[in-house]
Design a protein around this ligand. Structure first.
Ligand SMILES: C[S@@+](CC[C@H](N)C(=O)[O-])C[C@H]1O[C@@H](n2cnc3c(N)ncnc32)[C@H](O)[C@@H]1O
Length: 413
């Protein structure tokens, strides 16, 4: 955990060190550390790295691969608008919009292919990183000019009829880290040692900083202190078992539910249901760091220069949503979701392209590659898609969930 040195990193190290020194017991929770490393307004990863998402950056997301992702999502939104009886305004709230790529693809597709829906559309973006808001505003100029898009703070979010949606937002929330020590649930904190003008972040283990961490496990029905009674049950959690808890996701879910009058919440992210997330064999958790397309598990390296993420516990989102009045409409995988929305037809159309010149053939191969990457079961295709609703009593299934419904029936037969 020796700290590396470059000037903005040195400054962020100093900011975090100061925060630690001023804190009771000279330590901060890992969630607070991660929050500073990612979102410190001047030196945090997202503050300084507007251009570090994408092919030339540290990681890319589905919308960097191809416009098809946003275009297919637009199909789902258009159907939601119909199922909600074509409300005007119909509000899409995108939270954590990155560089605005998904927004531009969704808006362009709705304008082109669903003009009636587009005529009712209000597109609200909630973004924490000021540098990314600027990037989004550059990207969306044409839609700002016609008054379709606006930005607002989460605290001032409107109560809407429509859909709250996000892609890879929840994995970017700061997480607490917990560890099992001789059968007790403890928390991992970040402290600092300073020697010969060198600073080093060190982890220390202590009692839980908040009872919400225990309550989280009660909510999802997982007992890390569980002792199996027979060999047929899961193995016990080993001593030293370490994992993350995304309390921010629960708060987020409650706020979103409160700000939905009628409609849907659509969440796309990588993660698992609780029983897979907190399986005894996943004994080091899911925390990952991304730096120039390399991933590793040391959050104390490249501080402020690398992304830090943790997988999403979809069961927690569902259960918290239920407590806040949201119904679970369905949970599926990105591959099935996009196929149900028409990705397969797009692949077929590309295969039947009459193009014979080298450039068109190359472009068509590139597009096929991108579409395959969106549904790759070992990559983006394995992402979870959770849809929740409030005040919607339609019996018509959502198009994007049809693949999942067929699969469930097949399993039952
Ligand atoms: C991993 S990036 C994903 C960006 C984009 N959705 C995409 O798919 O390319 C996470 C995004 O969420 C934003 N974010 C994280 N926490 C946020 C919060 N509490 N409120 C608003 N935006 C947030 C980040 O600034 C960033 O734009």
């Amino acid at each position: 955990m020796q700290l590396e040195t470059n000037s903005s990193q040195r400054t962020l190290d100093a900011v975090i060190t100061q925060r630690i020194i001023e804190s009771p017991y000279r330590r901060i929770s890992f969630a607070e550390y991660m929050d500073l490393a990612l979102y410190h307004p001047e030196y945090g990863y997202y503050a300084s790295s507007a251009t570090q998402i994408g092919a030339a950056g540290d990681f890319f997301t589905s919308c960097h691969l191809s416009a098809d992702f946003g275009e297919l999502l637009a199909e789902q939104f258009a159907q939601m608008w119909s199922l909600l009886q074509q409300p005007n305004p119909f509000t899409l709230v995108e939270m954590g919009a990155g560089q605005g790529l998904l927004a531009i693809d969704v808006l362009t597709a709705l304008q082109r292919h669903h003009p009636d829906c587009f005529a009712c559309l209000e597109y609200v973006i909630i973004e924490r990183a000021a540098a990314l808001i600027q990037a989004q505003q550059r990207q969306l100029r044409q839609f700002i000019e016609i008054g379709v898009v606006r930005w607002c703070d989460f605290a001032d979010a409107p109560a809407v009829t429509g859909c709250w949606f996000s892609n890879e937002l929840i994995d970017a929330f700061p997480v607490h880290q917990v560890v099992l020590e001789t059968g007790q649930l403890k928390e991992v904190f970040v402290s600092v040692i300073q020697e010969n003008s060198q600073t080093q972040f060190v982890e220390v283990v202590g009692d839980l900083s908040t009872p919400k961490l225990e309550e989280y496990f009660n909510l999802i029905g997982i007992d890390l202190r569980f002792v199996p009674r027979s060999q047929r049950e899961s193995p016990p959690y080993p001593d030293g078992y370490r994992t993350e808890v995304n309390l921010a996701a629960l708060d987020w879910m409650s706020t979103v539910a409160n700000h939905l009058q009628r409609g849907y919440v659509l969440t796309i992210d990588y993660g698992y249901p609780s029983d897979r997330y907190y399986h005894p064999t996943r004994s080091t958790g899911t925390l990952q760091c991304y730096f120039q397309h390399q991933h590793h598990s040391d959050p104390y390296r490249n501080v402020g220069q690398q992304d830090i993420t943790a997988h999403v516990d979809f069961t927690a989102l569902e259960k918290q949503g239920k407590l806040c009045g949201l119904n679970r409409v369905g949970y599926t995988k990105q591959a099935l979701f996009l196929m149900a929305l028409g990705l397969g037809d797009r692949l077929t159309a590309l295969g039947q392209s009459p193009a014979t010149d080298a450039q068109s053939i190359q472009e068509s191969l590139r597009q096929r590659d991108s579409l395959h990457n969106l549904i790759n079961p070992l990559g983006l295709g394995d992402f979870g898609v959770l849809i929740q609703s409030k005040g919607v009593d339609s019996t018509v299934p959502l198009i994007g969930l049809m693949g999942e419904i067929v699969n469930t029936q097949k399993k039952r037969e």
